[in-house]
Design a protein around this ligand. Structure first.
Ligand code: DCT
Ligand code: MG
Length: 504
């Protein structure tokens, strides 16, 4: 792109996307940091850091940019990307590795750009025609996407030693309401779960996205010492352990845990026996069936619950489709609950709305209902999908605790000797209109990280909005129909990922 005037002047016309001018110390440089391969979190972190050090960093790519900084990306990839953005690579545009920016941050000023920083030598850049792939640069070792929906993640996690550590750290950040760090460690855990082989040395982490410096420090520690001091500290932390304990009760979330912790509670027995505390109906059930719910649901138990659900649902809507979703659909052998999606091609709106009520009444009569909370649908057909990555859906649903008699479970443990002949099981039932079934199935199959990245991918890469109800194309301004999960992947331009490969 030919530069017709002084950069500074044109840059000011750019307006909104630049940092406040009074903070800019180095006015000859206009940086843009590429998100590709680097990830949102690390990019945001580096942008903020660079701005604090007096660099001008643009949020969006524009002609005023003089330096593009990329991570784990080859020069040819950046050039290709620039072409898609319709920005021609000019001779004045520097394509640099993130190591240059990091050195600048250390020095507190722009450092000299040498060959090791430059992704492309100028000779190649100065031609205005398609420069073609950079043969001189080594290709990226691996091509792992930053989006979980472009990775296949089975249950064979060969990096558990790292992912367990990350999940503990992520949970601790969640308890401390540090969303950014929580997400960074969850994304890191997710990406390592997709690797076909274990990480043995730091070299193995080259080219893997979503691993920021903090994450890499933990990996390095575990490689060198077999454990992470930070994780050890968290496991001994009073707040972490109290929150872990309190949130293990059905119906207790972060808010309640915070309250109990501040009141000085550290054990469940103290909480339970306190006369001043008021518990919700959900929490009362949570305490009543605590041990059963904590022991989690096995696959034979999930199968036995499936039989109960089928029997009850088909008594009222014989044409209904009933699908086990959640972790069990992804092949997990154990889960905290059993999730079901129910839909009927022939039911009227009224029959559809009535079904869960009928099922509840039936179970109540049979004495199988230990707890339930039925939430009516707030679904509106023409409403745009939600932009929130973690939004709840609007389908009618019922959160239950069912009484499952041991004799109905196929594994047939000899329970005759035990006094209690049943186990309390958490069950979620979701009822969705037939037209939305593919979206509901995709959404309720999870994993949560997989879902988050599907939505993030739809938004950032396709200008579409996806949620549990629908897919909306913002460019064409239409809802895209789907009869199967495969259709949705196709609309998004993604390779199909099987449910058992979605354990991100
Ligand atoms: N989900 C959703 N909206 C909700 C709750 C869940 O879209 N309000 C999705 C995300 C994952 C899936 O439904 C199932 O949720 P969980 O049962 O919480 O997770 P899981 O993967 O089945 O794990 P677990 O084995 O612990 O039940
Ligand atoms: Mg589940």
């Amino acid at each position: 792109m030919a530069h017709t005037g002084p950069r500074k002047k044109r840059a000011r016309q750019m307006g909104t996307s630049m940092a406040p001018t009074q903070d800019i110390k180095f006015r000859d440089l206009v940086l843009f940091i590429l998100e590709k391969k680097m990830g949102v979190t690390r990019r945001a972190f580096l942008m903020e850091l660079a701005r604090r050090k007096g660099f001008r960093v643009e949020n969006e790519l524009s002609d005023s940019v003089t330096h593009i900084v990329a991570e784990n990306t080859s020069g040819s990839d950046v050039l290709e990307w620039l072409q898609v953005q319709k920005i021609k690579s000019s001779a004045q545009l520097e394509l640099l590795d993130v190591s240059w920016l990091i050195e600048c941050m250390g020095a507190g000023r722009p450092v000299e750009m040498t060959g090791k920083h430059q992704l492309v030598v100028r000779r190649d850049l100065s031609s205005n025609t398609n420069p073609g792939p950079q043969k001189t640069l080594p290709p990226a070792v691996e091509n792992i996407s930053q989006y979980a929906c472009q990775r296949r993640t089975s249950l064979n996690n060969c990096n558990r030693i790292f992912t367990d550590a990350f999940e503990i750290l992520a949970e601790n950040f969640e308890f401390r309401e540090n969303g950014g760090s929580c997400l960074a460690f969850m994304r890191a855990a997710s990406v390592l779960k997709s690797l076909p082989s274990p990480i043995i040395s730091m070299r193995d982490t080259d080219g893997i996205p979503c691993l920021d410096d903090k994450v890499k420090c933990v990996i390095e520690e575990i490689i060198e010492d077999g454990e992470s001091a930070e994780v050890k500290a968290v496991l001994n932390d009073e707040r972490y352990n109290s929150f872990k304990l309190f949130t293990s009760v059905f119906g207790v979330g972060l808010k309640t845990s915070e309250k109990w912790f501040r009141m000085g509670f550290r054990t469940l027995s103290k909480v339970r026996s306190d006369k001043t505390l008021k518990f919700t109906r959900m929490q009362k059930a949570g305490f009543l069936y605590y041990e059963d719910l904590l022991s989690r649901v096995t696959r034979p138990e999930a199968d036995a619950v499936s039989m109960l659900v089928q029997e009850a649902v088909w008594a009222f809507l014989p044409d209904a489709f009933i699908t086990v979703t959640g972790g069990f659909r992804r092949g997990k052998k154990i889960g905290h609950d059993v999730d079901f999606l129910i839909t009927s091609p022939g039911a009227t709106e009224e029959e559809e709305q009535q079904l869960l009520h009928q099922v509840i009444n039936l179970w109540e009569k049979k004495g199988l209902l230990l707890y339930y909370d039925l939430v009516e649908s707030t679904f509106e057909e023409l409403k745009l999908p939600s932009r929130k990555v973690d939004a709840f859906d609007h389908f009618q649903k019922c959160f239950l605790i069912l009484k499952l008699y041991h004799q109905t479970v196929a594994s047939g443990q000899s329970s005759q000797l035990q006094e209690k002949t049943w186990k309390a099981i958490r069950v979620d039932l979701v009822m969705c209109p037939y037209a939305n079934r593919a979206f509901a199935l995709l959404g309720w199959t999870g994993s949560r990280q997989f879902e988050r990245d599907l939505r993030r991918y739809a938004t950032h890469e396709r200008k579409m909005i996806l949620d549990n109800h629908a897919l909306y194309d913002k460019t064409k301004r239409v809802f895209l129909k789907a009869d199967s999960e495969e259709d949705i992947f196709e609309h998004l331009g993604l390779e199909y990922i099987e449910p058992w490969e979605r354990n991100a």
